[in-house]
Design a protein around this ligand. Structure first.
Ligand code: IFM
Length: 416
């Protein structure tokens, strides 16, 4: 067995998002969508739920409802994070609550998030706060959402207000979570609201999200130039089936990597203080198709390949020398908690190895603290270090992996 240690000031945490845990996010486009039925292939807006053709399943599989009721139970959740020996936490604030009508901010909800953030700080947790994690206020969705020409202005205004009202309690701002997952699901394959299947719109929304990030970055800095502001990117590691594989496959891998990574990050220029990396899975290309060995898959069927994380880190370290990197999400759907400990150890070994090779990884946030609402899948995929008993009053029960992660965070090292 070998010991892999981490830098002294390394941040250990977990990640969650508002809609997935808070419950009753009634003023958001997701909530509106959850109240209706959608069949993949429909091209609908949130106000015209007209199925065009039906598949055997309707989505979302269930509505978010009370989720984990973390809107009320956040102190209990933060206590669980403290039990993990964590020194940081990643949460998101909900735009639909904070700006329920355009240009009308809710004092009550800002006061609520001040209480939430104060509770985290009181427990010694550094706060990483995401401003947009997939959900939008209904007024914004009705104005065309992220396709609207004035989206940068709207998002920057909201971001500035967050910096003014909450900035003293926020250690690190994350403007947007996984912009390309959002556009893929909402505008390319139509699975999430606004259920569009339109590659041109998808491209347009990506450009708008990059612009909105830059506008929000400047708006937050105008409140306090020392505030740290970054973005969170989901990155898939692509590789060919074997090293000697056909040059067309190599080309395809380069293209996929550019499409899912370089293309977006390049648009941000210098307006990022760090990169937030979400890593879940890898993909292998053979004969110009995805052909994964699937020797290890999560409950969602995602191919788990821990070495992919080190490869991405080495790539980012080389492309963005000196820019801090946080692993802002990494986890797996594993309802029996059979593989989570192995997953944690192998992923962390991969990170430690990248750090030893000089990559500036500053922290790790496991997805997720709690079992939560996994978007169109509903609640069945279980990502939590802590089980949430949906039939038992949402009682929290730490899994075995919770205690193992607590050991790792407490000792600042992994034995593997
Ligand atoms: O649950 C999601 C999260 O909202 C964004 N990143 C991936 C997670 C697991 O699918």
């Amino acid at each position: 067995m070998k010991t892999y240690s981490f830098p002294k000031d390394f941040l250990w945490g977990t990640a969650t998002s508002a809609h997935q845990i808070e419950g009753d996010n009634t003023n958001s486009d997701w909530w509106a969508w959850e109240q209706s039925k959608y069949y993949p292939g429909d091209r609908v807006s949130i106000n015209e739920q007209k199925p065009v053709f039906k598949e055997d399943r309707e989505y979302p599989l269930e509505p978010s409802g009370k989720a984990c009721d973390s809107y009320n139970r956040y102190k209990e959740d933060f206590d669980l994070a403290v039990g993990l020996n964590n020194n940081a936490i990643r949460i998101s604030v909900e735009w639909a609550r904070l700006e329920p009508k355009q240009n009308e901010f809710s004092e009550k909800e800002f006061a609520h998030y001040r209480r939430v953030l104060s509770a985290a700080k009181k427990r010694g947790l550094k706060t990483f706060v995401t401003l947009h994690h997939f959900t939008n206020p209904i007024w914004f969705a009705e104005k065309g959402g992220w396709t609207n020409l004035r989206v940068s202005k709207m998002f920057a205004k909201y971001s500035k207000k967050c910096a003014e009202e909450l900035g003293d309690l926020v250690d690190t701002f994350i403007t947007i979570n996984e912009p390309q997952v959002y556009t893929l699901q909402g505008y390319t394959n139509g699975m999430w609201p606004p259920n569009k299947i339109n590659p041109i719109l998808s491209f347009w929304v990506q450009v708008n999200m990059a612009k909105a990030h830059k506008a929000a970055y400047s708006a937050i800095k105008s409140v306090n130039k020392n505030y740290q502001v970054g973005i969170v990117k989901n990155i898939v590691w692509y590789q060919t089936y074997s090293r000697r594989y056909h040059f067309l496959d190599k080309l395809a891998v380069k293209f996929l990597y550019f499409l899912g990574n370089g293309f977006f990050l390049n648009m941000l220029g210098k307006k990022i203080d760090f990169i937030g990396l979400n890593y879940y899975f890898s993909s292998r290309v053979r004969h110009l198709r995805i052909d994964n060995p699937n020797d290890w898959v999560s409950d969602l069927g995602w191919w788990i390949y821990p070495s992919g994380l080190e490869r991405i880190l080495l790539y980012l370290g080389k492309k963005y020398p000196g820019l801090p990197i946080y692993i802002t999400e990494n986890g797996l759907a594993d309802s029996d908690d059979k593989n989570r400990i192995k997953f944690l150890k192998e992923m962390l070994t991969s990170i430690s190895s990248a750090i030893k090779k000089g990559v500036g990884v500053k922290g790790y946030f496991h997805w997720s603290l709690l079992d939560n609402y996994e978007w169109h899948h509903g609640f069945w995929p279980r990502f939590g270090l802590v089980k949430v008993d949906r039939e038992g009053g949402l009682k929290r029960k730490p899994r075995k992996s919770y205690y193992e992660y607590a050991k790792i965070c407490g000792s600042n090292e992994v034995l593997s």
